[in-house]
Design a binder for this molecule. Structure first.
Ligand code: IPM
Ligand code: MG
Length: 357
């Protein structure tokens, strides 16, 4: 089994180093090959997604991705910015199904910005469509406004669109995820305003006929954003489009206190997947050995479960992570009085030790 390791920029390389150590402890015959991506790809090859990196990603059974981006690339033209590596990999590999769990570990309930009674025990899953919507819709650009009060002025425009098949396949992922959990699915849209999302609602309702054991409800995105902070435990699985999923998944992540704890998976129709922490490259703390490697380590566990068919090894990693939290080890982002503050490498050491025990 071949794993492409793409550490990227900022804290990417240091958190990835710990995840690779953990994978190496499992005694599985994984072949791991590393390649440059993001700003690192641009520096070495003039492009954030160099051809060799894309080829490696396509040939691999799974991709473990660190993080990309740095303010110093903000002035580059869009097609050369680090984020394009992420968008390019998603599109080129057809990674349309993005699974973003938001789980609150009991030890970290104090790190959440919500009151413990509202948030303790939180365990929700956001299923975000990842290769369509206004992110990729054409046409887009800057043009002379063809009509309206500002006709003739320059205007920026993007296109929100979803094809029926695109909605159907992500709806299936959402319903099937709900079947494996508490059999409740909330589809989030903006059907009161947008044609694209009225259509979304109609198609999700149709697909629901194939999943009568799942209770489906529909919610407008503004209300969903509110309910997520009011009563987040009322949700179980949320399915939504690319743009709304981007926003709601950051909100949900923050409910758990640390975005440094959350993994994610992006899967295509063959269950080939890219796995990455939900957080970004945090260039301000890069190289300081303080970043939390647990989201990347937990992403490796998701990879074992969804793409490499090693559920027992995935469980082992997840159990080891719970154990280090119980033991009181905390990186600075989740540190509280009475716990042991550790650096990136020490946190990796603790997980490796817990795995061996
Ligand atoms: C995410 C990120 C990306 C997105 C950016 C970096 C392109 O915010 O994965 O949520 O908007 O999808
Ligand atoms: Mg985002």
């Amino acid at each position: 089994m071949k794993i492409a390791i793409l550490p990227g920029d900022g804290i990417g390389p240091e958190i990835m180093e710990q995840a690779v150590r953990v994978l190496n402890c499992l005694d599985e015959p994984f072949e791991m090959e590393t390649a440059l991506v993001g700003g690192a790809g641009y520096e070495a090859h003039g492009h954030p997604l160099p051809d060799a990196t894309l080829a490696l990603a396509k040939a691999a059974d799974a991709i473990l991705f660190g993080a990309v981006g740095d303010w110093k690339y903000d002035k580059l033209e869009r097609s050369l910015r680090p984020e394009q590596a992420l968008l390019g990999l998603r599109k080129q590999l057809g990674l349309f199904a993005n699974l973003r769990p938001a789980i609150l570990y009991p030890e970290l309930v104090g790190a959440s910005s919500l009151k413990p009674e509202i948030v303790s025990g939180l365990d929700i899953l956001i299923v975000r469509e990842l290769t369509g919507d206004i992110y990729f819709g054409q046409p887009r650009g800057v043009r002379s406004a063809p009509d309206g009060q500002f006709k003739g002025q320059r205007e920026g425009f993007d296109t929100m669109r979803y094809a029926e098949g695109e909605i159907r396949r992500i709806a299936h992922v959402g319903f099937q995820a709900a079947q494996k959990r508490s059999k409740r699915l909330t589809s989030v849209d903006k059907a009161n305003v947008l044609e694209t999302f009225q259509f979304w609602r109609d198609i999700v309702t149709e697909v629901h006929k194939e999943y009568q054991d799942v209770a489906l409800d529909h919610m407008y995105v503004d209300n969903a954003a509110m309910q997520l902070v009011r009563a987040p435990k009322n949700f179980d699985v949320i399915v939504t489009g690319n743009m709304f999923g981007d926003i709601l998944s950051d909100e949900a992540a923050m409910l758990t206190g640390s975005i440094g704890m959350l993994p994610s998976a992006s899967l295509n129709e063959r269950n080939q997947g890219m796995y990455e922490p939900s957080h970004g490259s945090a260039p301000d703390i890069a190289g300081k050995d303080i970043a939390n490697p647990l989201a990347t380590i937990l992403s490796a566990a998701m990879m074992l479960r969804y793409s490499l068919n090693k559920p027992k090894q995935a469980d082992r990693i997840e159990t080891a992570v719970k154990k280090v939290l119980t033991q009181g080890f905390r990186t600075v982002d989740i540190h509280e009085a009475g716990t042991t503050r550790v650096g990136t490498r020490e946190m990796g050491d603790a997980v490796v030790k817990a795995l061996a025990a």
